[in-house]
Ligand binder design. Structure first.
Ligand SMILES: Nc1ncnc2c1ncn2[C@@H]1O[C@H](COP(=O)(O)OP(=O)(O)O)[C@@H](O)[C@H]1O
Ligand SMILES: [Mg+2]
Length: 363
């Protein structure tokens, strides 16, 4: 298995992180520290290296550059290793550019690995907001399917353009819509097919993953809530012709895959409506680890798993189960907490490496 793990990392001018060299274990790494000391920033540095963007929303170079730093560039140097090799990988960012180097050679697109980020608030957002769900599924599918990522970008641009045409009104709106809808119909058909297949693939893993983590039998299932499942581009185009007058009157695209939703059922009931917060959390964690299994199935390698700020939503028995699951798995984990009880729990893991962060520095 070609599984790249981050061995070393040193950041310069990245948020509040000092220039310490972090030397990670290829198994479980625990990151401790009080609130606001840089735990999430460290995970963000790993994510930025591997996924080429931050997991924080609306954040870019100007938020990431150290506000007190004298030099106007961020440099993150790292080493990644797999079973056979060690490679150097670095990132340099300025106001204008972003460059990456693999073994000191300029590298345009590839990163050594991919990271999956888990945040305690995501479970709640996931179960309460359809926009969040859509973004969650789309961004995770984009990580494993380049064509999906490209077409989704084009679709979003086309929908924005369609809405601006509708917003402006005027005489030849209808002709303009036809031209845009040819593209939108193509994209919608492809994206819906890929979302549908993605859920099908996740469904293979999600029930067994729930059982593997929590040793309980529950049937978990994901479904796509969309009109356009199994529709071809022509049928979608024709639909938009019927919809034209309604959209022109509303001045916005009323129906489309930009509003589709995802349904998560737990023993046949809608998890968003019927599950307790704890069950929702368990279901959400199972979804993420099912995704990680799917990732391995597709690429014969695991992503790096970043778990930020674990705290008390799960009872202690279930956290123990989750930790045992992590210990048996072959992926690299970076897990952070400011919670004292959970820290004690993590400190018991025999093979894990511990880091204490204070004001962005290793203690
Ligand atoms: N660009 C930046 N330059 C310097 N410090 C920053 C920057 N961005 C955020 N910080 C600081 O980082 C700290 C938050 O770090 P974070 O990793 O989120 O903390 P936590 O340990 O709670 O996860 C805050 O004190 C914040 O002021
Ligand atoms: Mg944090």
């Amino acid at each position: 298995m070609d599984c790249w793990k981050v061995k070393k990392l040193q950041a310069q001018n990245f948020r509040n992180l000092g220039k310490d060299v972090f030397e990670f274990s290829t198994g479980i790494n625990c990151i401790f520290g009080q609130n606001g000391n840089g735990k999430t920033n460290l995970l963000e540095a790993v994510y930025l290296l591997t996924n080429k963007k931050s997991f924080r929303k609306n954040t870019g170079y100007s938020q990431m550059i150290n506000i007190e730093g004298a030099s106007p560039e961020i440099i993150i140097q790292s080493a990644f290793e797999n079973e056979a090799e060690l490679i150097a990988y670095s990132l340099r960012m300025t106001d204008e550019l972003e460059e990456r180097y693999l073994n000191n050679v300029f590298e345009k697109s590839k990163t050594p690995s991919t990271s999956v980020f888990i945040n305690p608030f995501d479970s709640y957002s996931f179960h309460t907001s359809s926009t969040f769900r859509r973004q969650w599924f789309d961004s995770h599918l984009a990580l494993i399917d380049k064509e999906f990522k490209q077409v989704l970008g084009r679709f979003q641009k086309a929908i924005r353009f369609r809405n601006s045409v509708l917003g402006m009104g005027g005489r030849n709106v209808s002709a303009q819509l036809r031209a845009i809808d040819e593209q939108i119909a193509e994209y919608s058909s492809l994206l819906t097919r890929k979302r549908h297949e993605f859920l099908h693939d996740l469904n293979q893993h999600i029930t067994p993953t729930f059982k593997a983590i929590f040793s309980e039998e529950h049937k978990l299932e994901l479904d796509l809530d969309s009109m356009f499942v199994h529709w071809d581009a022509q049928k979608i185009f024709d639909f938009y012709r019927h919809q034209e007058l309604i959209d022109i009157k509303a001045q916005v695209t009323q129906v489309g895959i930009h509003r589709d939703d995802f349904i998560f059922s737990f023993d046949g009931l809608n998890a968003f409506e019927f599950c307790s917060l704890g069950q929702q959390k368990m279901a959400f964690l199972s979804l993420i680890f099912a995704y990680i299994e799917l990732f391995r199935y597709k690429f014969t390698s695991y992503p790096i798993v970043l778990i930020d700020d674990v705290s008390g939503e799960l009872d202690s028995q279930r956290w123990k189960k989750l930790i045992t699951y992590l210990e048996t798995k072959k992926f690299q984990v970076l897990i952070s907490t400011a919670n004292e009880n959970f820290r004690q729990e993590l400190e018991r893991i025999p093979e894990s490496k511990k880091f204490f962060i204070e004001h962005g520095k290793l203690k």
